[in-house]
Design a protein around this ligand. Structure first.
Ligand code: SF4
Ligand code: SF4
Length: 182
């Protein structure tokens, strides 16, 4: 593949640095990050490659695949990087760029709406019912009091996240089956 470096290439790396991936140029492609990444072998998210693509400015290749959204943000790569290039921060920055371009997977939009309306990334109604059934003590969470939800909404409303993450005022949870104790 022929790669032509031009102004667009610099645009991506500059944006990534501005959005938190300040040390991306420190990467010398050793691969320590990828060797510890829990999703590298099973998904298209390859952090070493992503670091390289950023410095080359290959924006389309990164954004179109949406693989950056498969990162679990476990910070293993950041811990292991001998150059302290902070690859996890680069992933965060890329997600910001991607969101600004309107490229966000549906699952992330659902999570954002869950947090905004319920105070949780996943629905927990089913778990609460199960707890009630066995008389387990009331579970206090971010979603158990309307005042906490109000605070969460106030915070999100004061940022760009509301529009970037396509939060809907009349949104309803799609399902209630995402629960560990099923
Ligand atoms: S980000 Fe760090 S660990 Fe990963 S390839 Fe670059 S220098 Fe190596
Ligand atoms: S933070 Fe993301 S890229 Fe880094 S090791 Fe974890 S899953 Fe992989």
């Amino acid at each position: 593949m022929k790669i032509i470096l031009n102004n667009n290439n610099k645009e991506l790396v500059n944006k990534v640095m501005e959005y938190g991936g300040k040390r991306v140029y420190e990467c010398f492609q050793c691969g320590m990050c990828a060797s510890g990444c829990p999703v590298a072998s099973d998904t298209e998210h390859k952090i070493k490659r992503t670091m390289h693509q950023v410095t080359l400015g290959l924006e389309e290749q990164i954004m179109d695949k949406k693989a950056i959204w498969l990162c679990t943000t476990c910070f293993m790569c950041l811990e292991r990087c001998p150059q302290n290039a902070e690859p996890t921060e680069v992933v965060f920055a890329l997600r910001r760029v991607s969101a600004e371009n309107g490229i966000i997977p549906e699952a992330q939009i659902e999570v954002a709406n869950n947090i905004y309306h319920l105070g949780h990334a996943v629905t927990v109604e089913k778990g609460i019912k199960l707890r009630n059934k066995v008389n387990a003590p009331l579970l206090k969470t971010a979603g158990s009091d309307k005042k906490y939800i109000d605070e969460i909404q106030k915070l999100i409303d004061s940022t760009h996240s509301y529009s970037l993450l396509r939060i809907e005022k009349d949104w309803k949870p799609k399902r209630d089956d995402v629960i560990g104790c099923d």
